[in-house]
Structure formats: C-alpha cells, structure tokens
Ligand binder design. Structure first.
Ligand SMILES: Cc1cc2nc3c(=O)[nH]c(=O)nc-3n(C[C@H](O)[C@H](O)[C@H](O)COP(=O)(O)OP(=O)(O)OC[C@H]3O[C@@H](n4cnc5c(N)ncnc54)[C@H](O)[C@@H]3O)c2cc1C
Length: 435
C-alpha cells in the first residue's frame, strides 16, 4: 500500500461509457490505492443489448493479466474443440477452404472466444462497485486544461469535475465531439443481421460444426457459433453501395441498431447456400439489424487539454472490422493503466502533476495510436475495394474466393498483438528522448 502525503487527495478519474473499454479501464485503475474512479453512462440501466462479440488472444491475455479469469472462462465465453483461430468454409460445398492459425498461443484461456455481449459485460461488472457507476449521465460538453482540470456537463444539467477524463463512450463518442470539431463517420455499406437463440434448436441439423465457423461466399459471408450457457448465434449480412439512397433508407437509417428485422432477409439471402447454412438461417427464429459498420478517419491526436483521452471505439472508429473491437478496447484500457502507473506508482507520495498526467497520456498514445492508424488504413482500403466491386457489379470467381480463404485473414498482427511489448517500447523511446 502506498502512502500519499496528507496534503494530496486521490487522483480523480472520470470514465464516460460502461462498454468493454470503460469497464476494463475502471477495473485496472481501481487497483491503484490512490485513484478514485467514477463512471458516467448515458443508459438508464446496465442491461446489455447487442449480439455476440469475439475476443482474440490479445484481449483475453490482457483480461487475465488483470486477474479476470472468471470473465474469460468457458462459463462465459465459447471455444470450439480445435485450437484454430478461425475456420473458413465454402459457401456452396461446405468444405473447409481456409484456416487462421495461432502463431504464439498455447493456453486454452487465450484461444479466441465468442461471448454473448451481455454475459461478458455482467462478468466485468462484478469487479466494479455499483455505486461508482452513475447512470442517465449523457455527456454533452467538456472542457479541460492543465491548470483547471476537467469539467463535464451532462444532458440532465448536472456537472462534474476530474483530474483526468477518459472517453470510453463508443463510436458516437460525446467526449470526442467535445474536443474534435468536424469529425465524421461514414457508413461502409455493410449491415449485419444477427440472431441469438437456444442451441438446442440446432441439435436436429446435421453437420453443424462445433467450432465457430465463417462461411465465405462471393458477395457476403455467414457466421455461426455456439455461445456459453446453451446459446447459439448466427450472423449474415449484406454489402451495399454506401451512397445508394435505397440501401441508406432501408439499412443505414431504417435499420437502426438492435432493431427487430424481417427474418426473411436472412432466409432469402442464404437460400442457395449449402444445406447447413440454409438450415441455420431457417432455424434462427428472429434477427436484429446491426448497421454498426461506421468508420472514421484516424484522429491526429488522442490527447485533449492535456487531461483528456479516448479509448476503444471512441479513439478508433474502425466499424467492427475483423471482430477486433472488444480486444482493442481492452488493450487500450490496459495500455492507459500502464501509462498512468508509470508516472504514478502505488508508492507515490504526491498525486501526479499536470505535466506527469500529460506524460502518461503521451505514453498511452505512443503505445496504441500507431496500431490503430495501421488498422484504419486497412479498413478504409477494404471498404473502398468492396464499394468499387459493388459499383462495377463484378464478383469474385470461385478460384479467387478459394485462394483468398487459403491465404486466411492475415490478421495475426491484430489478434496476437502484444500490448505490453508495445508499451515497453514506447516507454524506452520516451526515456531515450528525455536523456
Ligand atoms: C449497444 C451496443 C451493442 C453492441 N453489440 C455488439 C455486438 O453484438 N457485437 C460486436 O462485435 N460489437 C458490438 N458492439 C460494439 C462493441 O461493443 C465495441 O466495438 C467494443 O466492445 C468496444 O467497446 P467500447 O467500450 O469502446 O464502446 P461501446 O461498447 O460502444 O460502449 C460505449 C458506452 O458508452 C455509452 N455512451 C455513449 N455515448 C455516451 C455519452 N455521451 N455519455 C455517456 N455514455 C455514453 C454507451 O451507452 C455505451 O455503454 C456494441 C456496442 C454497443 C454500444
């Protein structure tokens, strides 16, 4: 236990948003005996919506580092029998045409796991006292300066102050809006339809793989996986020209997040696919829209007023690509925790000065922003390519599809990213610059 001087109060940290990013940051920072964390959430209750979410080895390792084995166990997340990161099957023949292998993952708990979003959120929430979370607090404005600290305003007219503000408020971040003018999100044209149901419903379908599986087709994909606690989920989707007014009206604007959708959309889309996919689409009782594929450009900085930063989707609007949003958010939160600890160890006798807070935020940014910039570059290039294909009405040939699946997704750099190594490199570079 450290011993802060009597004239020094704890470091007041405000986190806006109780998604995976905000909860992980809160759990990590609350380990420090002289940090006081308060969470602000716009929702009226801590009830999760959304479907499944994937965590890769990177996010799972980080949650384990935080002592959160109970959140990543098989009771909460689902792992298939084979230690293969991703299986790709052919849309028509159902044969396996590609696999993503682990390069450096050997522990069961680190194998890619699929979660019901609510299960994961509830597991994380067990590690946070309920009275640190303030609901119905939609952040609408904020100011910050090294001299005056952080001031926040909420929609209900209330205000709050802090030494450090962490914007963990997702893709439509209010914190980002308060500090970045003119930031815009673009719809990629992709809309997912997702359904979650009792896994017993698939018992009678022959050939449903035990491993989570992606079926790749020429113009869209299909994903199916078991989840913990006897659930099953399927995800289909459409890709449209993001400028097409019909698609915009029907999916982008008409299909708001988590809105009930017509099950026929799923059934008709996959009617010509192999019998397993077709049966899964027919068995799924209902679906919801997830037009969450909104992307933004890389932010030039993640530091505002020397005391504010962003984590998770708020920092990098990558539009759900590569099912990496959850793990990225966890690693952002952990990198920020390591950075704060580096300027404010538990044994510190004073809370960090403004300059030290800024130093921590720079370390965090140096650790994470280059990784996010690389990801956003890939995402924007892929989106452009997809739209060009849609406009040209060209389709991948079967040979091209098979060759693509054989190459795999090429995303080991994302899913096995080592945030601790990146942090150490950023720390070493910063120490060198200081000398
Ligand atoms: C409702 C919901 C369902 C989702 N479902 C899926 C899914 O099924 N599969 C998937 O892969 N990804 C899903 N995502 C996205 C996924 O959770 C994120 O990509 C990833 O986990 C990173 O999370 P995050 O904590 O950065 O942001 P988010 O998970 O988006 O969390 C942000 C939090 O901030 C709150 N918030 C937003 N604005 C404000 C504000 N101004 N003031 C106060 N609070 C605010 C939100 O209510 C939310 O609780 C979902 C996101 C949301 C919000």
């Amino acid at each position: 236990m450290g011993s802060l001087g009597i004239e020094s109060s704890p470091l007041q940290v405000a986190i806006v948003g109780t998604g995976i990013a905000g909860l992980t940051a809160a759990i990590a920072l609350r380990k420090h005996p002289h940090i006081n964390v308060v969470l602000y959430e716009k929702a009226t209750e801590l009830k999760e919506i959304g479907a499944s979410i994937t965590l890769g080895p990177n996010g799972l390792r980080t949650l384990q580092r935080l002592g959160l084995e109970d959140c990543i166990s098989d009771q909460v997340g689902y792992r298939g029998p084979n230690p293969i990161s991703r299986f790709y099957r052919h849309w028509k023949t159902n044969e396996i045409i590609g696999e993503d292998y682990y390069e450096n993952v050997n522990e069961h708990l680190h194998y890619t796991a699929r979660f019901h979003r609510g299960h994961l959120q509830q597991a994380l929430l067990k590690h946070i006292p309920r009275d640190t979370i303030h609901l119905k607090k939609k952040l609408v404005a904020a100011t910050a300066s090294s001299r005056d600290g952080v001031k926040m305003e909420f929609q209900d007219g209330s205000t709050a102050t802090a030494d450090l503000l962490i914007g963990a408020d997702g893709i439509n971040s209010g914190v980002r809006t308060a500090f970045v003018k003119g930031f815009e999100l673009e719809w990629s044209g992709h809309t997912a339809f997702r359904g979650i149901f009792d896994a017993k419903l698939v018992d009678s379908i022959e050939g449903v793989p035990l491993d989570s599986t992606h079926w790749w087709g020429p113009d869209t994909n299909f994903f199916a996986t078991r989840l913990a606690r006897g659930l099953f989920t399927v995800q289909g989707g459409i890709y449209a020209d993001p400028q097409d007014p019909v698609a915009i009206a029907k999916f982008r604007d008409g299909g708001s997040w988590d809105k009930q959708a017509d099950i026929q959309l799923l059934r008709e889309k996959y009617v010509d696919w192999n019998p397993v996919v077709k049966a899964l689409a027919n068995t799924c009782p209902d679906i919801r829209y997830y037009p969450n594929y909104f992307c933004g450009s890389s932010l030039p900085t993640w530091i505002f007023g020397d005391r504010v930063t962003l984590i998770g989707d708020a920092a990098h609007a990558h539009g759900g690509a590569f099912a990496t949003g959850g793990s990225l958010a966890i690693d952002d939160a952990y990198a920020l925790y390591l950075a704060v600890m580096s300027v404010f160890p538990e044994t510190a006798t004073q809370k960090p000065s403004s300059a030290e807070i800024l130093k921590a935020l720079k370390l965090y940014e140096d650790t994470r922003r280059p990784h996010a910039v690389r990801l956003l570059k890939v995402v924007h290039a892929n989106n452009e390519m997809k739209t060009k294909k849609i406009l040209a009405e060209t389709q991948e040939t079967d040979e091209e599809l098979r060759a693509r699946a054989k190459r795999g997704s090429g995303t080991t750099w994302l899913h096995e990213h080592d945030v601790v190594k990146s942090f150490k490199e950023a720390l070493a570079a910063s120490s060198k610059a200081d000398t």
